[in-house]
Design a protein around this ligand. Structure first.
Ligand code: ATP
Ligand code: MG
Ligand code: MG
Length: 374
């Protein structure tokens, strides 16, 4: 059997299908919006909501292997997929990573540190916890958040009421986290296959703007000792959580050289898009290999790289810039990736650039000089 079903039709599914097709796999995706980014490159798209168990059953019936490109999958749908098809990533990994508190417990159980946290059930409890953690601290919904949605950085005790009221509307558990004054944000993507083989990709240094990833810089500007620690930590989490496929591990590095895990994602990750041209195996190919129980590919970095996200407001300026520039003169190789989305809405992820360079500072200066992102 060689058809891979992908729950979710976004850009992660699209790049997964593009990679997997080279390996001879067919792809079917399930997404409510016709002509989704993944649907455009897959053999077929089933139109349906993600929580529609019947549509999920249809996907399962047509697929030999099922994977997903986001983790907020309804438990009933996951169960339906499990009974009708082969879901190598299993339901436990989803159950753990779709809930911040369960996820933190699993990270701690792997022997890895997270920021001090507390589940919050009342305003009084929130106020008491703010007293202990100090400000700033961050209140987050346990489920459903992304790109900073579903969280509130509490800068003083007076904000507790407003933060609690606003996030309570989400009707999910809340968790308060101590604010980590990080020196850098890092991520490591690890892959594990059913045979237990585990490999980590090089550490990425990530810069966010308005809670959305802006840049990933690889190699990260950290010592070899931290690099090793970050990679080992990701590998330890992958093994401890019995991961099949990819696990992306976001972390904070403090001035003292401590690493705290922020969150996990059991799928390809935006901070791993640099691997498409800069590594001997991309994160997408690696995910396909892992879920199909093939040997994992080498994760060697072939070139230093800066990945820059293209949001809705950046599309036109980037395209204009590409028409004007001379790559050779700049010593950069600029790789354009667009996701086939029609509407270039403000802050919407439309694509990314991988800037292959032998000088990270030069690539960063290039990003600045275009004035597209400033
Ligand atoms: P994503 O799109 O990565 O899934 P998200 O909505 O799940 O985002 P987080 O990753 O939890 O949000 O937080 C977004 C960003 O906010 C982090 O990358 C980091 O810059 C900052 N942040 C979150 N929690 C903390 C914390 N405890 N201490 C310091 N900074 C934090
Ligand atoms: Mg998240
Ligand atoms: Mg995050």
């Amino acid at each position: 059997g060689s058809t891979i079903g992908v729950l979710g039709g976004g850009q992660l599914g699209r790049m997964l299908a593009l990679a997997g097709r080279h390996m001879g796999y067919r792809f079917i995706t399930l997404d409510p919006t016709a002509d989704s980014p993944c649907g455009q490159v897959a053999d077929r798209q089933i139109i349906g909501e993600y929580d529609d168990a019947e549509a999920a059953g249809q996907l399962a019936a047509l697929s030999d292997v099922i994977t997903y490109e986001f983790e907020n999958i309804d438990a009933d749908v996951a169960a339906k997929l499990m009974t009708d098809s082969y879901v190598p990533q299993g339901s436990q990994l989803l159950y753990t990573t779709q809930h911040r508190i369960r996820e933190k417990r699993a990270i701690e159980a792997a022997g890895v540190k997270v920021a001090p946290y507390e589940q919050i059930e009342s305003l009084a409890q929130l106020q008491a916890a703010i007293g202990r953690f100090g400000t700033p601290c961050v209140l987050k919904t346990a489920t459903g958040g992304y790109d900073g949605k579903g969280q509130w950085v509490i800068r003083s005790l007076d904000e507790a009421g407003a933060a609690f009221a606003a996030l309570s509307l989400a009707k999910t558990e809340l968790v308060l986290e101590q604010f980590i004054r990080f020196e850098r944000e890092l991520s490591v993507i690890a892959a594990r296959n059913p045979r237990g083989e585990v490999k980590a990709f090089p550490v990425a240094e990530n810069i966010h703007v308005d809670n959305i990833l802006h840049l990933s810089i690889v190699p990260a500007r950290i010592s070899d000792a931290i690099r090793l620690k970050a990679e080992q930590l990701a590998i330890r989490i992958a093994a401890s959580l019995d991961v099949i496929g990819l696990i992306a591990v976001e972390m904070f590095l403090t001035e003292e050289g401590e690493l705290y895990v922020n969150e996990l994602a059991p799928r390809p990750h935006n901070s791993g898009h640099y691997t498409i041209e800069a590594c001997s195996t991309s994160q997408f190919e690696q995910h396909v290999r892992a879920i199909c129980n093939l040997p994992l590919g080498a994760t060697t970095l072939l070139s230093p790289v800066v990945m820059v996200n293209i949001l809705g407001q950046h599309v036109d300026p980037v395209m204009n810039w590409l028409l004007e520039q001379s790559e050779e003169a700049d010593g950069l190789s600029v790789k354009l990736h667009l996701y086939g989305k029609e509407e270039a809405k403000h802050q919407r992820k439309m694509g990314h650039l991988n800037l292959l360079t032998n000088d990270i500072n030069q690539a960063l200066k290039w990003v600045e000089d275009t004035q597209i992102w400033s």
